[in-house]
Design a protein around this ligand. Structure first.
Ligand code: DX5
Ligand code: ZN
Length: 218
């Protein structure tokens, strides 16, 4: 069904008054993962939600929960995220003074360790920790808000990341401004994991399935 591409809807663009139902709807519409954007009002200007909300969603979902921590000092949240039911925990390179240690802590919690790179951060910064990473997230907008325009110069960084990964079992995720059009460019550049918020939840629920299909490229 999905030719190896993972579609991870970001619930940041969902109806916050009815989140469990929104998760259920995108799961039924073909979502592979659920992308959870945790924002602290410090690393990024916006505040979204944290472990209590994720824990509540976990009660009615068995999907893979992909937490994207846009927070300062992410090491302080890892245990909470694990206990809330997250399967993958992605931290920002720019938020970690001791990235190698943070990745070990995520691994100790039996979660897949991801590292996100802001648009200004080069992928070569990850070369010394590749063996500790299960996911590289190339931000294709500056983090903090949904609904922004895809930064097309990031496609070159996706290509560089794909080369750096080589044959390692590392997911290459893109996040920000992903639509059917930008998704196909990102996949052509080497991405295999696509986060999309407004391109899915911005439509009525009757369109979730067709939106997911078109982002997947079918
Ligand atoms: C941005 C978040 C994204 C965001 C994507 O800071 O990390 O996951 O929700 O939203 P869209 O798809 O609307 O750009
Ligand atoms: Zn995200």
């Amino acid at each position: 069904m999905n030719s190896g591409i993972i579609i991870a809807p970001s619930i940041l663009a969902a109806d916050f008054g009815d989140l469990s139902a929104e998760v259920d709807k995108v799961e039924k519409a073909g979502a592979d993962w659920i992308h959870l954007d945790v924002m602290d009002g410090n690393f990024v200007p916006n505040i979204s939600f944290g472990a209590p909300v994720i824990s509540a969603l976990r009660k009615s979902s068995s999907s893979y929960f992909d937490a994207h921590l846009m927070v300062s000092n992410p090491e302080l949240l890892i245990t909470d995220m694990k206990q809330a039911g997250c399967n993958g925990i992605t931290v920002h390179y720019e938020a970690c003074n001791h990235l190698d240690r943070v990745l070990s802590v995520i691994d100790d919690h039996d979660c897949c360790a991801g590292v996100a790179l802001n648009p200004h951060t080069g992928v070569e910064n990850l070369s010394q920790v590749l063996d500790k990473i299960g996911l590289i997230l190339i931000m294709t907008v500056n983090p903090g808000f949904g609904g922004q325009k895809f930064i097309s110069t990031m496609l070159n960084k996706v290509q560089l990341a794909r080369k750096l990964i080589g044959d390692r079992p590392i997911q290459l995720q893109v996040d920000g401004g992903i639509t059917a059009q930008t998704a196909s460019l990102a996949v052509a550049a080497g991405a295999n994991n696509l986060v999309a918020g407004s391109a899915i939840f911005g439509a009525g629920q009757e369109q979730y399935e067709s939106r997911i299909k078109s982002i997947r490229g079918n």
